[in-house]
Design a protein around this ligand. Structure first.
Ligand code: GUN
Length: 288
């Protein structure tokens, strides 16, 4: 058996196509704040700005020197929070040097109405409560659900195993799966006998950043495998999954690159549109 390859591009293109009309009407603006020159960030930001252009959405790349202090960065965030022309903004992580230790404080400084990454406590809290309350959900998990919907893969009642417990992928993905009726097991770097859990997964999601962490023997025949890990290697970008071998046992699998990546970007743009809708609606004086 060879698995169905779950490509992200057609799903992202459909999402972006569906957003074009709203972008034209609402005219939102995204600002991407970058500090320093991390090569992965350069590449991610290029993709984000390119997708903005694809839907004719206004965008700005605020590129700050690697020596930017916490105080200076917080001052930029304050300015963007107050600027009525800025719909949403993100601070690309990782940040250089000691600044990266302050990510929680930096995330907290972003106005929840403009937090289009969906990383702050307010938007995570809404996502936690129910599927219906999701407003600006974290972009990667939200993109994964778009992909599953596109390929008609249902999670309700299925055993989903999530490998990874980051605040931006693993943890929110696990909660969003629960809110969609899945039975969820979360594994991480401290899990003993990872294969014991992964071999029981109907759907296996992995977001660790360790090439070939998931081998063929660790996957139940017929499982759906979603690879969210990204590592830069001499042989290019690699996911967590030994793709060539795992595709022989899985029923469906995402490649890296070309799987989940484009959906993160499309979800970010959708969050900008959603944020703008909320900002212009009259009943937003009090956050709901
Ligand atoms: N670094 C890698 N992915 C992301 C993302 O989705 N948002 C931000 N802000 N930084 C990232």
């Amino acid at each position: 058996m060879s698995a169905l390859i779950l490509l992200g591009k057609p799903v992202a293109e459909k999402m972006l196509q569906d957003l074009k009309k709203d972008v034209k009407e609402l005219d939102p603006k995204l600002v991407v704040v970058q500090v320093g020159d991390d090569p992965s960030s350069d590449s991610y930001i290029r993709q984000k700005l390119k997708s903005c252009e694809a839907v004719d959405m206004r965008n700005e790349h605020r590129h700050l020197d690697k020596k930017t202090t916490l105080k200076q960065l917080l001052s930029v965030i304050d300015e963007l929070n107050k600027d009525p022309d800025v719909t949403g903004f993100i601070v690309q992580v990782p940040l250089p040097g000691d600044l990266n230790d302050h990510v929680p404080e930096i995330t907290r400084a972003i106005n929840p109405k403009k937090d289009v990454d969906g990383f702050g406590a307010y938007n995570l809290g809404k996502m936690f409560l129910s599927k219906e309350f999701e407003h600006l959900p974290p972009a990667t998990p939200a993109g994964i659900f778009e992909m599953l919907k596109y390929y008609e893969i249902d999670v309700a009642g299925k055993h989903s195993v999530v490998v990874g417990r980051s605040n931006i992928v693993g943890k929110p993905l696990a909660v969003m799966l629960i809110n969609r009726g899945a039975t969820v097991t979360v594994c991480h770097s401290r899990t003993d006998d990872l294969a014991f859990y992964t071999t029981q997964a109907d759907l296996l999601f992995t977001a660790v950043g360790k090439p070939k962490l998931i081998t063929k023997e660790m996957v139940k025949p017929g499982a759906v495998v979603v690879d969210i890990g990204v590592s830069r290697t001499d042989k290019g970008l690699k996911g967590d999954v030994d793709f060539e071998n795992v595709k022989e046992v899985a029923s469906a699998i995402t490649p890296v690159p070309g799987g989940v990546g484009p959906l993160t970007v499309a979800s970010l743009i959708r969050n900008c549109v959603t944020a703008k809708k909320r900002q212009i609606s009259v009943d937003t004086v009090i956050l709901k």
